[in-house]
Design a protein around this ligand. Sequence first.
Ligand code: PLP
Length: 431
Amino acid sequence: MTSHDPQILPPSLPSLTGADGEGTVRADFPILARQVYNRPLVYLDNAATTQKPRCVIDAMTDEYLNVNANVHRGVHYLSQQATDLHEQARETVRRFINARSTAEIVFTRGTTESINLVAATFCQACVGDGDEIIVTEMEHHSNIVPWQLQQARKDIRLRVCPITADGRLDLDALGHLFTSRTRLLACTAVSNVLGTVNPIRDIIAMAHAHGVPVLVDAAQAAPHMVLDVQALDCDFLAFSGHKVYGPTGIGVLYGKETWLDRLPPYMGGGEMIGKVTFERTTFNVLPYKFEAGTPDYVATTGLARAIDYVSAIGLDAIAAYEHALGAYAYERLMQIPGMHIYGPGPSPVISFNVAQPRSAAGRQPALIHHLDLGTLVDHLGIAVRTGHHCAEPLMRRLGVEGTVRASFALYNTRAEVDALAAAIDRVITMF
Ligand code: PLP
C-alpha cells in the first residue's frame, strides 16, 4: 500500500462546529492563522498545552480592562463584580465535572499543584510510617515526585503498578499491590505518552473494594472526554486549565467534601483563615481553607469561558472527532518505513520513534534521534514534542531515552496529519 492509498482513509471525520455554531472551529483560534518559518503553523503539541479560543482571550482582556479588583475582600462595586465572576467560574467547573458542591472545587495553579496539595496534606493527616501509596509506571513526574517528597517526612513506601507490553496498566498486578498498609492509589486517567485510556472507573472500584481512596490525574483526560466525578466515585481529581483551551496558571483540585474536611490546610495566608491571633488560628470553610492568598481570578474567568466553549461544542462530539483523527494519524504514520509507535493503539496522543533507513545489516536499526526528528519537522512548520515527556520511568520501561509525540486537539485536521507524515518522510531522506 502506498502512503497515499485512499483505502487507508477512515470515513470522513465527524464535523465540528465552533461555539457559535458556524463553520469550523479553527477560526475561533487566532494563533492558528500564523506562520512559522514562512509556513502555516501545524500545531501538534496539544498534550503540552492547547491554544486559546478568542472568547477566552476576550473574556480575560475584558476583565482586566473593566472589572479588575481583588476578590472576596472589598465592599466596593468592582470587587463584588470580580468576586461574582470568580465564584461563577467555580460553579462552571463544578458543573463541568459534576461535583456535588462548589465546596469540593479548589482552585490551584494546575495539576501539579493539585497533586502536591493532596500529597502533602494527605500524607500529613492519613499516612503513617510503613504505609504505602500506589502509583503506576505510566505516571507523569507530577504524580510521582510529590509522593517521593513526602518520604523525607515519613517512612512511606511507593508501590508501582507495572504496564503490559502493549502499554496498558497491568490490572492483575495492580490487584496484588493492595495491602493492609495501602493508604491511597494515585493514577492517571490517560497517559500523556502512550495515549492509553485507563479503565479508571473499574480501577477506582477495585481500590474502593480494598478500602483505598483514589486520586485521578485528569490532566490528559479533561480535554478529551466527559468527566463525572460522582459517576467515577473518585476521591480526588486534578486537571489544568491550559490543557482544556483555558489560560495557564490555573488548575482544579476536586476532592470529596469528607476528604477535604479531614485534610489540614496546605499553605497559610490570607483568605484561608477564620480567625488569627498570635496564639492560635482557625481556618476558613471549604474550599477557601485550601486557597491561601489572592487567587488568579482573571484566569478563573478564562477557564470558565474555555469550559463554556468546549461544552457548547460537546465533549462527546470532541471525543468522536479526535478519535477519528487519531485513528487516521495512526494509520498514516504506520505506513512510514521504520516507524515505531508506542502504546496500545489509536488515540489523540501518539508517541513514536523512527529507525534510520541505512542501519548496518544484521544490527538493531539505530533510531533517528527524537530531538533531531522534532527539530527538523519544526523547520517544516510542524510543532511536536520530543524528549521524555516528564515520564522518565516510563521511558526506561519502553527502553528509550525519549520519543517524538504528536498530540491532537479539536482544531487539528487530516491535512495537518498528512503534513506531519510528509515532513517525517522528508526527514528520513536526510539520514
Ligand atoms: N499529569 C499529566 C498526565 C500531564 O500530562 C501533565 C502535563 O503535561 C501534568 C500532570 C502536569 O500538568 P501541569 O504542568 O499543567 O501542572
